[in-house]
Ligand binder design. Sequence first.
Ligand code: FAD
Length: 469
Amino acid sequence: MKVVLAGYNVDAGILSRAREREGEGVTPEVLSAAYARISRDPRSAGSLRADALREIEKARRSNERIVFGLGHASVAEHAVMNFDVAGISRLAVEEIERFRLASFTEKSQRYIRLGRDLVVPPEVRGARAEKAFRALAAGLHEGYEEIFRRLTAAGIEAGRAKEDARYIMPLATATQFGMTMNARELEYAIMRLAAHPLAELRSLSRALYRTAKSVVPSLIRYPDPTEHWRDVEGARREIASIAEPRAAARRAGRLVELSAATPDAERLLASRLVFSATRRPAAECERAVRSLSAKSVRRIIRTSMRRMGPHDAVWREFECVELVFDLVVSASCYAQLKRHRMATILPQAYDLSLGVSVPETLKAGAAVSILRSATADAARFFRAHERTLGAATQYALTNAHRRRVLFACSLRELYHFSRLRGDMSAQWEIRELSNEMCRIAEREMPAAAALLAGKDGFAERKQAFEAEK
Ligand SMILES: Cc1cc2nc3c(=O)[nH]c(=O)nc-3n(C[C@H](O)[C@H](O)[C@H](O)COP(=O)(O)OP(=O)(O)OC[C@H]3O[C@@H](n4cnc5c(N)ncnc54)[C@H](O)[C@@H]3O)c2cc1C
């Protein structure tokens, strides 16, 4: 066996100096072009790379032919880029972080004391609403300072005070993040964002395209949205009108509901575990498990978890069990929830009728009224300008405002989610959410869900698991 380091990502400053010296070959297109040829050319990957480097224009033509002509599109995934994105709103970040074949690290509103950095969106700039928008944002920023002051004065430690004061901050708050994405996903993101109803995201799409085009021209070929993707907003409006022409707004109700789950989940899981452990067809494994006692089914599942530690994943067979949760979460909670890329996450637009999430600490600091009056101001702005500003009205909402989200995940992803989000170190709102999701999962599938817990609660769960025979 031979393992050769073929490339890695380094800082753009080094790359631009290298480009001055080496010319056009300083591009990840070389890797895509070389790997594209691995399937048809018997030479070593090293010589294919050397070839691509020597004749970069030929390599680019080959990429275009193979990736776009033949549809061997995964070849574009070998070209990976990093972007610093700053001066972007939290609302816009919600959308870009929906692209899941990518990595993001974002400035935390939990750990950093926030300033007054604000994105005044293009829809608002110069519009009748601008003055009211700026006044609203100034009021929210003052409210943040005041809540922080009151919480720390009430003896709440500064970290927790920052964490909870941010519930008042608007979704127009500016942030920055680092993003790593391969060329295939990047082209898709550029295309989708170009059709987004928010002007800020269309502008991000153009900026990403300009930047990527100069580095990987052969891999970003179709930046324009197709009719299919341009039609999303219109089609959604039509779908809503077909199903619920005169539906009244509803209050939040329960914040976590199970919408669907794999029927007879534990027998199915047991049959998948038997499948991987034997050489029998799936239908035969299902039949065999159907004839087993409930005790034997549990034993199969428990055997797969018997040596599990707090940092171990459950086996892949757990992906065959699905849970779909209907959640009501604040913007602050959604900011964390959306980061779980293995789940299918369908967020609705923010909905004033769902109310707001209020941190407990605000009661101790007598600051609840500050948050409530600020969220009411934001709601008034929203109602007054929704018709003219459309989707951009959401910039005025706060981290406390809520939306409904469908969160479909496998039991394997729920295990991972619970380790991170059910842990004591997790933020309180997502921790409560995670604990409730796990409680529901355990009710539905007690043996399969027996070790769901935050990292800190794992030892106790494992002890109970071992005590139960
Ligand atoms: C306490 C805490 C603090 C945080 N603070 C910040 C912060 O300040 N800023 C910030 O931006 N984020 C922060 N996060 C979010 C965090 O970085 C993750 O994005 C989030 O928890 C989602 O988890 P995940 O990436 O492990 O897994 P998921 O996206 O849920 O994926 C599940 C698993 O799939 C695998 N996986 C998925 N994608 C990849 C990939 N591309 N490469 C390799 N493996 C992959 C991994 O095994 C992963 O554990 C914080 C999270 C926690 C729990």
